[in-house]
Design a protein around this ligand. Structure first.
Ligand code: ADP
Ligand code: ASP
Ligand code: MG
Length: 298
């Protein structure tokens, strides 16, 4: 099996999501099970944080942000969901908008933003993106199952950066995703044993991908992002940054802990323990070789 994770820019809007679907179609040719992990549409997690903060300050401008968040998702539905399913998908998504609005109204009335309420709000980025992208894939005639990650990744209640209960989560992941042809899940989100929504820390969708990869003993985890791979420096800051084609787990982990945001630092450990190679690749240059992260042994 394989796990492919697509970050925020890769799923920013309908035309990028179409590029993602092409990569998925190509991967399915190998005839092995595939799990797709997606982030929120780019910028949505930041918008959700702004939304929650405004509401907690009794600032009615939160309504503008809320409408903009709904508008971006509605646009994707409009462009990517086939006619016969549009109504059903919109109904499901409207339910999620209503739930989110209830949570935000509650924050507004108590004028307080707890870390647990913030996690609940932030989780809608991935809840919405994963559901819609799964439907967009189905609209292309490909069968695919949606799975709510909160039911398969279990954590403690350290809201904002929850710690994963590895044993329990791996069992649940295996039970729900093992040997399935294609599944789509949201990254970043999880829940406590009592079912309270948690998140794994900003940028945590990469970690979700490696947890799922390790639980399923996959052959490879692919992190698809908006740059060619891990570079010597942040290419957005240093024009002459060079692509690193191969790197050890240790080096990659060190770079991540030192702030190379291209991969979340917690991503490496689950892969090391199962010796699963991680590739970092560019959604906008899919034929590029990317970066291979492994134990370095040939
Ligand atoms: P995604 O939404 O796909 O998870 P991120 O924005 O989290 O993407 O990570 C990708 C970004 O990481 C790149 O656009 C790049 O600006 C930044 N980055 C920082 N350091 C590095 C590095 N050493 N190599 C590559 N990218 C880096
Ligand atoms: N959407 C989350 C964030 O912006 C998780 C991720 O992108 O990996 O932090
Ligand atoms: Mg990221």
């Amino acid at each position: 099996m394989k796990v492919l994770k697509f970050g925020g820019t890769s799923v920013a809007h309908a035309s990028n999501i179409n590029k993602v679907i092409e990569i998925i179609i190509d991967t399915l040719k190998d005839n092995e099970g595939v799990v797709i992990v997606v982030s929120a549409l780019s910028g949505i997690t930041d918008d959700l944080i702004t939304l929650a903060n405004l509401a907690s300050k009794k600032d009615i401008k939160y309504e503008i942000i809320f409408k903009a968040i709904c508008g971006r998702h509605n646009q994707v539905i409009k462009e990517l969901i086939d006619l016969k399913n549009k109504k059903k998908v919109s109904q499901e998504i409207n339910k999620k908008y209503n739930e989110l609005e209830e949570i935000v109204k509650n924050i507004f009335s108590v004028q307080e933003l707890s870390l647990s309420a913030l996690d609940a709000v932030m989780s809608y980025g991935e809840q919405l993106s994963s559901f819609i992208i799964n439907e967009a894939i189905k609209s292309r005639g490909i069968s695919s199952q949606f799975m709510d990650t909160r039911t398969i990744i279990k954590t403690d209640d350290n809201f904002g950066e929850a710690n994963v209960d590895i044993e329990n989560s791996y069992k649940l992941i295996s039970k729900n995703l093992k040997n399935k042809a294609l599944s789509v899940v949201g990254g970043f989100i999880a829940s406590t044993k009592d079912g309270i929504t948690t998140t794994l820390g900003r940028g945590g969708s990469d970690y979700t991908a490696s947890l799922i990869g390790a639980a399923l003993d996959v052959n490879v985890v692919e992190i698809w992002t908006d740059v060619d791979g891990i570079m010597t420096e942040d290419p957005k800051k240093m024009k002459n940054a060079l692509l690193i084609s191969e790197i050890t787990y240790e080096k990659a982990e060190e770079m991540a802990y030192n702030g190379a945001k291209v991969i979340h630092p917690k991503t490496i450990r689950p892969a090391v323990l199962k010796n699963i190679p991680i590739y970092v690749k560019n959604t906008f240059n899919p034929s590029g070789s990317g970066t291979k992260i492994s134990n370095g042994k040939k």
